[in-house]
Design a protein around this ligand. Structure first.
Ligand code: GRF
Length: 194
């Protein structure tokens, strides 16, 4: 399946997907990486992998819908069949989510349904959790609410800070995402968005 990846920043999860997809048998073939933020370091990393990139800065659009129409057009133009959000920090409207329903996945740095939204690591530490982790899920209208495809767990250790916990979870994210995306590809039944 032709894969499109949406990023906003560093793109380390994107890189883990690009690395996995080098293997011939991997079911997703990255065709396009789109960033919504100028200077997103992930764009340079994608170029190093020889993947086509596009910058679609949300700030240049009057509203969310106009931005998303541009995103959608770019994905369709590249014949994208599955979309992976990888550190993509824009909330998507029901219009866009509807277009890609059953064909768009996200990675979130918590054991959903616990700690949706931002600052998950600080909240998990403050709550005294002994375990943290990450989740790959289908994207639905509610933020971080879609059906879960896979999760990975890591311990919360004594003295953890949000940064030290984030680092441990990120290692788990890089291992989980390629595996869960491959599972998602095998599950696809929804008609193509284009
Ligand atoms: C990851 O922890 C991801 O789960 C969260 O934001 C971070 C993005 O990191 N949504 P990267 O851009 O993939 O390096």
């Amino acid at each position: 399946l032709n894969l499109g990846i949406l990023i906003s920043g560093r793109g380390s999860n994107m890189e883990s997907l690009l690395r996995a997809s080098i293997h011939e048998a991997y079911p997703a073939k990255p065709r396009l990486v789109i960033a919504n933020k100028e200077g997103a370091p992930g764009l340079d990393a994608a170029k190093r992998f020889g993947i086509g990139t596009a910058l679609i800065p949300h700030r240049q659009f009057d509203d969310r819908r106009a931005f998303e129409e541009e995103l959608h057009k770019a994905l369709v133009r590249h014949e994208i069949e599955i979309v992976a959000l990888a550190g993509f920090m824009r909330v998507l409207t029901p219009w866009f989510v509807g277009k890609w329903e059953g064909r768009m996945v996200n990675i979130h740095p918590s054991l959903l349904p616990a700690y949706p939204g931002l600052d998950t690591h600080a909240r998990a530490i403050a709550a005294g959790e002994s375990e943290a982790g990450c989740t790959v899920h289908w994207v639905s209208e509610g933020v971080d609410e879609g059906a879960i495809i896979g999760q990975a767990r890591v311990p919360v250790k004594a003295g953890d800070t949000p940064d030290s916990l984030a680092e441990r979870v990120l290692i788990a994210e890089h291992e989980l995402y390629p595996r869960a995306l491959a599972d998602a590809c095998r599950m696809i039944t929804a008609p193509s968005a284009h």
